[in-house]
Each structure stands twice: as structure tokens, then as C-alpha cells.
Design a protein around this ligand. Structure first.
Ligand SMILES: *Cc1c(COP(=O)(O)O)cnc(C)c1O
Length: 701
């Protein structure tokens, strides 16, 4: 049987032996959530580090032998290098396995880890990325399975008419922090996805996420015909046939990879319905490898698998017609000894039995551990799926919830982390979900906190302006476009941020509903306000694109004096600048369509105050001291817009401009009450307690 090692990344040049360790460090994303790791690469050359887009492999590739010699001769650099290498090695080798969980195989269609590995589209991916990072930090034994998406990233370009155009960016596999998994002959490990006829092949890559390994399947290989090579090219292809094939490769192929590589796992955790076919392959594997009957294999799968649902709408789940399913699975159900009816009935939604095989229904039926991602989302989920559990009473529906959290070392600014070392003590990260510890935030010097925030704000404004400058110098854009993209932003003005996927229910342009009133707010001479928007629409979502256009055209309107901006190409990098740099994080989804939301958490932990509809996580996170709420229990565009304007005029703007002390107090409250409760640490402790350890105890008996 194959092992997952050795593997290679062909990109990194041969390094002098004195600094050979840079290879290890750059091939593990650990550096990206360790301030000293980041500082080490910056130390090599601040200019080249920026030019590389903060990609260590690109950076190392751009260095000459003379550069390496200079580094080795620099005592200061070598000292820092040895320090970081020791830190890294201690981290990787630390065996303190606090929690006795069996190994977990975590499946997700996307992962948001770092912009040098663009295999994500939005919130689901960042949640999955944060789960891998936190599992690494907590030493939870876990492997991730996902997709490579060679052309997965759509670079958003806004035309001068405000219309979103996109170009597919091909991942440059030579400078991404990924490694080939090798077969016994040293070739790229490639396998056939089981029982799919005609055959589909996939090769396997890996990414080191601290102590966790993420395996990525890639169908873009010579062995496949062009139609099949495209399977993993984009995220969430709209063509249903291709989407089904994608999910077969992810679920069934992904499960097969674990077996082929001899990777130990005992618990299967499915993040959303996309990879749910892994459950079939798990049944098959228990039957064939452990000689279980179909019934006991299914029972064992149910006992040891977890399904996490993220959507509050039945309509947003994947459903495949029975004909389509039969095209691919007719051999498969025979192999399991099931009839067609038995097999397909596992995905039948009792509310629309004719519609086909529903991936979420399948996940809910085949996993005894099921969870929604916030308290409110749990109520909604129970209501919409109660018929799957043959009841009219939603309280009888066996679905739990674990509210999402964010990986603190990834999303907190380095400067704030440094300050926390001082304020909370060096081991604050170890104790990060302890609410008592965070009450010591009151001891942060208010001016220091303000200075950290202000520095982040300037960094954000500089970043936005620099992007426009480049677009200006490359394309010679119209001055009004430059204005709309943010050249006139001013770090001394109260700044509202709104950045997320541009789709109707998020109502990005709600604040533009009454332009006269908005103009009075934004262009007030004494107490001006600026608003920064960012976000992508799915390429086939025209209402989303129209929303962007509406915002962009408003930003181009001289009456707003350049104080409304739309920043192109929202992604991990833009998100990091915005959540740390703006003063207010605005979130006004249509209730109850925000299952949880995480960008507001990233903002709040940095002292960027959350101002949101009472939906998703904010119902649990809000109190009068740590943020503001919008409107009412149900959504109404008109009323909600008025509520936004009223709160801005009566509370937010006066507090910001007239009472800085109280503002900073609110920032402190935001950090201290939200960081511990909405950390990925708290979330993973819940996954451990509710699911991983409970399953482990039963299995070990
Ligand atoms: C956190 C994050 C998201 C998810 O944010 P929501 O508030 O759930 O919409 C999406 N995109 C990026 C780049 C993020 O960092």
C-alpha cells in the first residue's frame, strides 16, 4: 500500500544547507497564521515579499545565489531563521494529544486557507479552512479531502459601466504551496474513481496545514478525455450532469484516496451535501473490507458519520434526477446488494418525492450526528427537514447545532496579537476560549488599541489605493472609475465596511435605498462617513451582478464625493484588510437566510464593531455593549433601511466623533465578548464533545 510520503513540490529551488529549513516552512501553511513565520519571509526582502503576493515559494524562486549568500551572512536573519525553525519543529512534533478522538476524515468541496491556494468561493470554504487550522492547533487527528480546481478562481473585474466581468485564473501549480503525492515509481499518484463507467481518473496533491494534511483531487490530467478533465476545473458548475460527476469524484473518489494511501480514519465528517456520496463508498468499504452485511454496514456508517448543513433553504440543496443517478450508479447499487429503489430512496425528500435524489436528505438520513451552524439556523433546519424524520413537530427532529467560529491567529491582526501577548499573557492562545481571560482586555491601554486600529485602517486605505494606481497605470481608467474604486478614501473618517458574496438575500445595496438621506450622512462636513463595499457575484447570478452595478454607479456619482467605494476582487487578502481596517461591519441579510455568517466575527475580534440584522450568529453574539442591531425580527427593506439610517445618525456617528473613549470601550467589549465565544477553538471543542469523542468512546468499546 502507498504511503502519503514521499511527496514533492518541484518548484522550490535547491537551497543552501544553512537555510534548507525554509523549504519545510514554506511548504506548510503554518507560517500564514504565525506572526513570526510571516515576519521571517518579510525579513528576506520586504519588497519581494510584497511582489510575491505573500507567497513564500514565489519569493524563494525569485532569489539569486547572491541573495542566499547575503542571508546566510546576516546574523540577524540567521537568528530569526533558527528561532522560527525551532518554533515550527516544536509545533509539528508536539505530541500533546489532549483529546482522545479517533482520526477524522473531513470532506468539503472548497477550502479557504490562503490566497496562494485559490480553491474557495466563499464562507463555506473559509469555515472548512479554519476547521483544519484549528484541528491542527488542538492536535485533533484529522485529514481533509477536497478538490484542486485548476481554474477555480474567478478574478473579478468591474467594467466602467459597473458590470462584473470575470476571468478564470489558472492556478500556477509551480508556485502554489502544494505537493504531488507520489506513487511507488515516483510518478504522480493517480487512481481510477471506483465503479464509474466510462472511467474517470484523478491525481492527488497535498497541502500541509500545520499538522493536518489536506488531499486535493485533480481530474485535469492527460489520462482523462477533455470532458472529464474539466470535472474539477471550476467550483459549483451549473451544468447538473457535470456537477453530479464532480460530486461523485469528490465523495467516492475522495473516500477511495484515503484507502489507497493507507490513511487511518474512523470518523467521517461531511461539510455540506456536496461530498455526501462518500457515505456510499463507506458502506461498500465496510461490507468488503470488514465483511459486514449491508444492514450492519449502513448502521455503522450512521453511527460514525457526521453531517453539517449550512443552508436554510430546501431550494439551495443539490438534487439529481433519478435518471441521471441511474446513469452512473446502476452498477454501484448492485455491488452493494441493493435494489434501485432501496438505493435511490435514501435521497428522496418526502416534501417533493418526484424531484430526485437530494444530497442533503441523503446526508441527514445516513448520519446519526447532524448539525446546523447556529442556534437560529438549527430552528430553521428542523422546520424545513422535519418530514425527513417523519414528524410534524420540529422539536422531535434530531438535529443539533454548533455555531461557527473563526480561527483567531488567522484573522486577528499581528499587531493586536502582539498586544495580547502583553495584555493577556504569553499563553493567551492556549486559553483563547476562556471568557474570563478576555475580560482583562480592559487593561489594554486605550490609546494603544486605537493606534493599532488606526494603523490597520491606513494599511487598508493604502492597499486599496495601490490597487487602483496599478489599474490606472495598466489600463488608463476613467477618473470616475478610480474614484469608485476608492482613491479618495480617507483614514480619518468613520468607515463602514460591507463585504460578502453579492447575492440578493444579503441586500448589499440596502443602504442605498434613500440616496438623499444617505448623502446627508456621507457628506456631512463635520462628521462625514465613508462606505467600502466588496464582493463577487456568482457568474450566473444576474441579480447579484445588478446589485454590484447599482453600488458601483452610485460610487461613481460625484454627489458622494468619493466616499463610497467598491473594491474589486473580494477574496482572502481583501477580507483581511477590510475586517481589520474599517470601523463598522455592516450586515443586513434578509432574515432568516443567513445560516451563521463569519465575516462579522472576523471584524468584531479586531475591534471593528458589528452592526447587523438579528440573524445567524448575531442573535447569539449581540448585546447592547458589543455592537448594534438593525431592525426587527422579520425583514422589510424599507423599515430596515430606516433603521440603519436612524442608528447611524442617532448612535453610531455621534459616538464615533464625540466620545472616542466610549467608542474604544465598545471596541474592547466587542473583542473580549466575541473572541472567546466565536473562536474556532470553542467550535472545535463542541465538535469534539458532541461528536468526535462520543463516537470514539462507542467505537473503542
Ligand atoms: C469570512 C469570509 C467569507 C464568509 O463571510 P460571510 O459573513 O459568511 O459572508 C467570505 N469570503 C471571504 C473572503 C471571507 O474571508
Amino acid at each position: 500500500m502507498l504511503r502519503s510520503d514521499p511527496s514533492t513540490n518541484i518548484a522550490i529551488p535547491k537551497l543552501p544547507k544553512e537555510i534548507e529549513g525554509l523549504r519545510k516552512i514554506s511548504l506548510n501553511l503554518w507560517w500564514s497564521w504565525n506572526p513570526r513565520g510571516k515576519a521571517l519571509f518579510k525579513h528576506i526582502s520586504p519588497y519581494l515579499w510584497k511582489e510575491s503576493g505573500h507567497n513564500p515559494i514565489k519569493l524563494l524562486k525569485s532569489l539569486s545565489n547572491e541573495d542566499f549568500a547575503d542571508l546566510i551572512n546576516s546574523e540577524k536573519f540567521m537568528k530569526e531563521y533558527r528561532y522560527v525553525l525551532t518554533l515550527f519543529e516544536n509545533y509539528i512534533n508536539s505530541a500533546d494529544q489532549k483529546e482522545k478522538s479517533l482520526p477524522v476524515a473531513y470532506f468539503c468541496a472548497e477550502y479557504g486557507l490562503h490566497h496562494s491556494v485559490p480553491i474557495y468561493s466563499g464562507g463555506l470554504g473559509f469555515l472548512a479552512g479554519d476547521i483544519l487550522k484549528e484541528s491542527s492547533d488542538m492536535n485533533i487527528p484529522m485529514v481533509g479531502i477536497g478538490f484542486m480546481y485548476p481554474q477555480g478562481y474567478i478574478r473579478q473585474i468591474i467594467g466602467s459601466d459597473g458590470w462584473q466581468n470575470g476571468t478564470n485564473e489558472t492556478i500556477d501549480k509551480d508556485v502554489a504551496p502544494i505537493e504531488r503525492v507520489l506513487d511507488e515509481n515516483g510518478g504522480h499518484f493517480t487512481f481510477q474513481v471506483p465503479f464509474i463507467d466510462p472511467p474517470i481518473y484523478a491525481s492527488v496533491w497535498k497541502i500541509n496545514v500545520g499538522r493536518v494534511t489536506l488531499y486535493l483531487l485533480d481530474t485535469d490530467i492527460d489520462k482523462n478525455d477533455p470532458w472529464d478533465r474539466q470535472i474539477s476545473s471550476h467550483l459549483y458548475v451549473p451544468d447538473l450532469n457535470q456537477r453530479l460527476r464532480q460530486q461523485i469524484v469528490l465523495g467516492i473518489g475522495g473516500y477511495k484516496v484515503l484507502e489507497e494511501l493507507g490513511i487511518e480514519y474512523s470518523i467521517l465528517h461531511l461539510n455540506e451535501g456536496h461530498p455526501a456520496f462518500a457515505l456510499f463508498e463507506r458502506v461498500r468499504s465496510f461490507m468488503e473490507n470488514e465483511k459486514l452485511t449491508l444492514e450492519s454496514a449502513i448502521q455503522k456508517v450512521r453511527q460514525t458519520s457526521i453531517f453539517t448543513t449550512h443552508t436554510p433553504l430546501q431550494a439551495a440543496t443539490d438534487v439529481y434526477s433519478f435518471d441521471m443517478m441511474s446513469n452512473y450508479f446502476s452498477d454501484y447499487w448492485k455491488r452493494l446488494g441493493m435494489s434501485k429503489e432501496e438505493f435511490l430512496s435514501l435521497g428522496v425528500n418526502p416534501d417533493e418525492p418526484e424531484s430526485g435524489f437530494n444530497m442533503t436528505v441523503f446526508g441527514l438520513k445516513m448520519c446519526n450526528q447532524r448539525n446546523a451552524v447556529s442556534k437560529k439556523h438549527c430552528e430553521v433546519t428542523k422546520e424545513i427537514w422535519k418530514s425527513v424524520f417523519k414528524t410534524d413537530n420540529k422539536d422531535e427532529v434530531p438535529i443539533d447545532y454548533i455555531t461557527n467560529g473563526v480561527h483567531l491567529p488567522t484573522w486577528l491582526s499581528d499587531e493586536l496579537q502582539k498586544n495580547l501577548d502583553k495584555t493577556l499573557g504569553e499563553n493567551w492562545l492556549e486559553l483563547q476560549d476562556d471568557t474570563n481571560l478576555w475580560s482583562q482586555i480592559d487593561n489594554i491601554d486605550s490609546k494603544e488599541l486605537w493606534d493599532i486600529h488606526y494603523a490597520n485602517k491606513i494599511a487598508m486605505v493604502n492597499f486599496i489605493r495601490e490597487r487602483v494606481r496599478q489599474k490606472w497605470s495598466n489600463e488608463g481608467i476613467d477618473p470616475l472609475v478610480a474614484m469608485a474604486e476608492g482613491v479618495m478614501l480617507d483614514p480619518d473618517i468613520l468607515t463602514i465596511g460591507f463585504a460578502r458574496r453579492m447575492t440578493s438575500y444579503k441586500r448589499a445595496d440596502l443602504i442605498l435605498r434613500d440616496l438623499d438621506r444617505l448623502e446627508k450622512i456621507v457628506c456631512n462636513n463635520e462628521k462625514p462617513v465613508q462606505i467600502i463595499f466588496a464582493g463577487k457575484a456568482h457568474p450566473s447570478d444576474n441579480p447579484g451582478k445588478q446589485m454590484i452595478q447599482h453600488i458601483f454607479k452610485t460610487a461613481q456619482n460625484p454627489r458622494f464625493k468619493g466616499r463610497i467605494a467598491f473594491v474589486e476582487d473580494y477574496g482572502e487578502e481583501v477580507a483581511k484588510y477590510l475586517v481589520r481596517g474599517v470601523d463598522i461591519w455592516l450586515n443586513n441579510p434578509q432574515i432568516p437566510l443567513e445560516a451563521c455568517g463569519t465575516s462579522g466575527m472576523k471584524a468584531a475580534i479586531n475591534g471593528t464593531i458589528h452592526f447587523s440584522s438579528m440573524d445567524g450568529w448575531w442573535i447569539e453574539g449581540f448585546d447592547d455593549d458589543d455592537g448594534w442591531k438593525i431592525g426587527f425580527q422579520t425583514s422589510n427593506d424599507e423599515k430596515d433601511a430606516i433603521s440603519i439610517y436612524d442608528t447611524l445618525e442617532k448612535e453610531i456617528i455621534p459616538l464615533y466623533y464625540d466620545n472616542t473613549d466610549e467608542w474604544i470601550k465598545k471596541m474592547k467589549k466587542s473583542i473580549s465578548t466575541i473572541a472567546p465565544r466565536f473562536s474556532a477553538r470553542r467550535m472545535m471543542n463542541e465538535y469534539l464533545e458532541k461528536f468526535y469523542i462520543t463516537i470514539s468512546k462507542k467505537e473503542k468499546k
